[in-house]
Design a protein around this ligand. Structure first.
Ligand code: 9MR
Length: 377
């Protein structure tokens, strides 16, 4: 197995060479019709996108759907440490390169996710087991800065927005998580370092803090903690441009058809007002609707998912700072939610804008309608 170790930036030419292995290209610009979500969003200054990678990258119909609807893609897993870093010395860029090459050939933008997932659980085990030596802070800093500089530098030509840090807060306690890196560097220092290294490696890119705080009433602790974190990062002059609002909507807790949870729109607007008041842009980075607590009947369920998504997008797009909307997958066939806490009635999940056979659902039309109703930005 060859492992790509080069830290050199990836040129367009090598990207295209890497993409030649796939049946490429689709005439994507032509494939995106004026009624595509990409075009409807673009008419208002909004970039619409979704994830690709793994099984979805291997499915030609999914790739085609993606190219037809999206102006932007995010590798679902392929730019995470767990995918790029077999160990402390090597990088394996093959899967990420294929996605970037495909997006280039199809005239689709790319977001990077994520330069640091600040959660021990989602980092490769070797990061915890690593020998940090007699000057552990220096070694932790070297490891982190080397990773961020190498990955952000490699893709700086093609990726104009990075989730630099993902999910740094424990939503149960509101505290910053502790990781192998932060044990040596300090938590806020670790995050600040990641942002500084990203700015240096990709000076033109939008740098984003990405998290899953949302508009449900039970998410107040998480919202407050995110605000405190953003304030701290601002105070330290860390180069953070925007907040990524993941937008995994719905409730994962209810096993009865009780609806999508109790919302606190006032608190949510207050939160967004504070974030934008500090000068941050907003992105919807991972939208889907976890519909376990909705009735099984497909027409009823799809209509409620769509209504929920529409209300949410109308609110988010009422902020001119929201210029990117990304779904975490386009088709029910592949959603991560399919593997996550089955519905109590055992029916297949329907959290995405297209069904398992790539047929558009009311959720897809709700996104289109929200774009049509949005003010230009
Ligand atoms: O959808 C992703 C799933 O395939 C991975 O197994 C998982 C762990 O890497 O991450 C999922 O994506 C997550 C994203 O990276 C961060 N926010 C929550 C997403 C859904 O769990």
């Amino acid at each position: 197995m060859t492992i790509e170790q080069s830290a050199l930036p990836f040129t367009r030419r090598s990207l295209l060479a890497a993409g030649a292995a796939l049946a490429l290209p689709l005439p994507a610009a032509a494939a995106r019709s004026p009624s595509s979500l990409a075009a409807l969003g673009a008419a208002k200054g909004i970039r619409f996108g979704s994830t690709i990678g793994g099984k979805t990258m291997a499915d030609p119909r999914y790739r085609q759907l993606n190219a037809a609807e999206c102006a932007l893609i995010v590798p679902e897993n392929e730019m995470k440490w767990a995918a790029l870093r077999p160990d402390a010395r090597h990088f394996d860029f093959r899967a990420a390169d294929r996605i970037v090459a495909w997006s280039t050939a199809n005239d689709i933008g790319v977001r990077g996710h994520t330069l640091l997932w600040h959660s021990e659980r989602w980092m490769p085990q070797w990061v915890a087991d690593h020998d940090y030596g007699s000057s552990p802070a220096i070694e932790a800093e070297r490891l982190l800065v080397d990773h961020v500089a190498t990955v952000a530098g490699r893709y700086a030509d093609r990726v104009d927005s990075f989730d630099v840090v993902n999910e740094a807060i424990d939503s149960e306690t509101g505290k910053l998580r502790e990781t192998a890196l932060s044990r040596h560097l300090g938590a806020i220092e670790t995050l600040e370092l990641a942002f500084r290294a990203a700015r240096q490696a990709a000076p033109e890119a939008q740098l984003v803090y990405n998290d899953y705080m949302g508009w449900r009433s039970d998410e107040g602790l998480h919202r407050d903690a995110v605000l405190r974190l953003l304030e701290q990062l601002r105070k330290r002059r860390a180069p953070v441009d925007a907040l990524g609002v993941q937008s995994h909507l719905g409730s994962k807790f209810s096993d009865t058809p009780t609806g999508l949870g109790s919302l606190d729109e006032t608190a949510w607007r207050r939160f967004l007002d504070e974030v934008t008041g500090m000068g941050f842009d907003l992105l919807v980075t991972e939208m889907d609707v976890h519909e376990n607590p909705l009735p099984g009947d497909i027409a009823v369920r799809d209509a409620q998912v769509a209504a929920h998504a529409r209300a949410y997008l109308d609110l988010m797009l009422s902020y001119p700072q929201t210029k990117t909307v990304i779904c975490w997958g386009l088709s029910d066939r592949y959603s991560w939610l399919g593997d996550f806490r089955q519905r109590p009635d055992g029916l297949p999940k329907r959290p995405s804008p297209f069904d398992a056979n790539y047929k558009r659902k009311p959720f897809r039309d709700a996104i289109a309608a929200a774009f049509n109703a949005a003010a230009p930005r």
